[in-house]
Design a protein around this ligand. Structure first.
Ligand code: UDP
Length: 315
């Protein structure tokens, strides 16, 4: 790697959907990036354009084991985790380990290097929320022993240990609660509603709505999300901040939008609603607007068309 005075960022989960977009943004900001990933849900295709870049290094490693990075590090971005419900149902124990042991190791690295730390947390911390939209001061409604508990509780533990390192060690830490995000580089088979519906519409299969489709989600385009996260790391704010797009829709409306934009005439097929599937989800982004001067800019039509184009070449 180039020996320069530029800032150094370590990204865990660096070959995932968000980690790879964050890498591109940080390289544009002039950082040197060290990406760590064990490729359990990450994808090398997301980072192949970085091969040979002297400001970039990839380490294949599981961050639930001790993380060794020589030299100075200025920022640690902890993004490693399965993030789609079918992934964390398939690999529940690695999900719990990366959220707990992995976060402990990533915090330990940041502490040893005197680096700022950012935890990629989640709207799943609110569980099946009883207040709507969700503000950061809501403590959530999570079922600790349900199938989603492995992700939700690991992330809640991750938030707790991050605040403990901030309070006890005086570390510069940040916590972003990420709401549903979409864009190029999502995995076609990750089971989440955006790749699922687009893949189905593009290949002429029925769109699989779980339940009656009245549950809501609010979808944020990836470049907007990364911008909010970058601003949060550069801020001096330590409590959790919601980053997401408050434009809320039902899953049925989302299916209809995908059919309209792809021009597909695929039928809709109903499947059982997964256990503990949140009935509503919408971020209150007052805190992000006030503290970071951030709000989403990419409208749904524009973002979803770009995402569909990405998948068109891959189905
Ligand atoms: N969903 C659906 N059909 C699918 C995949 C997901 O109806 O093929 C629903 C799912 O039950 C949930 C919403 O879409 O209510 C968003 O699911 P996703 O897996 O994208 O993530 P979540 O927001 O639940 O973490």
């Amino acid at each position: 790697m180039a020996e320069t005075k530029q800032p150094t960022s370590v990204i865990t989960g660096g070959s995932g959907f968000l980690g790879s977009h964050l890498t591109d943004r940080l390289l544009r900001e002039g950082h040197r990036v060290i990406a760590i990933d064990n490729l359990i849900t990450g994808n090398v295709a997301n980072i192949e354009h970085l091969a040979g870049n002297p400001h970039y290094k990839f380490i294949c490693h599981d961050v639930t084991d001790f993380i060794y990075i020589p030299g100075e590090v200025d920022y640690v971005w902890h993004f490693a985790s399965p993030a789609s419900p079918i992934d964390y149902l398939k690999i529940p124990i690695p999900t719990l380990k990366v959220g707990s042991l992995g976060t402990h190791n990533a915090l330990g690295l940041a502490k040893a290097k005197g680096a700022a730390f950012l935890l990629a947390s989640t709207s799943e911390c609110y569980g099946d929320p009883l207040i709507h939209p969700q503000t950061e001061d809501y403590w959530g409604n999570v079922n600790p022993i349900g199938p989603r508990g492995v992700y939700d509780e690991a992330k809640r533990f991750a938030e707790a240990i991050t605040m403990a390192y901030h309070r006890y060690h005086g570390m510069n830490t940040h916590i972003v609660r990420i709401f549903n995000t979409y864009g190029p580089r999502m995995r076609l088979d990750d089971g989440r509603v955006v790749p699922a519906f687009i893949g189905q519409a593009l290949t002429g299969r029925p769109l699989t709505i779980f339940g009656d489709g009245t549950q809501t989600r609010s979808f944020c385009f990836v470049s907007d999300l990364i911008d909010g996260i970058f601003r949060l790391m550069m801020s001096s704010f330590h409590e959790p901040v919601n980053i997401g797009n408050p434009r809320e829709m039902t899953i049925r409306q989302f299916a209809e939008e995908i059919l309209r934009i792809t021009g597909s005439a695929c039928p809709i097929e109903h499947k059982p609603l997964p256990v503990d599937d949140p009935k509503v989800r919408q971020p209150d982004i007052t805190r992000a607007k006030t503290i970071l001067g951030w709000e989403p800019r990419v409208d749904f039509d524009q973002g979803i068309r770009e995402t569909i184009e990405f998948f068109r070449g891959r189905v």
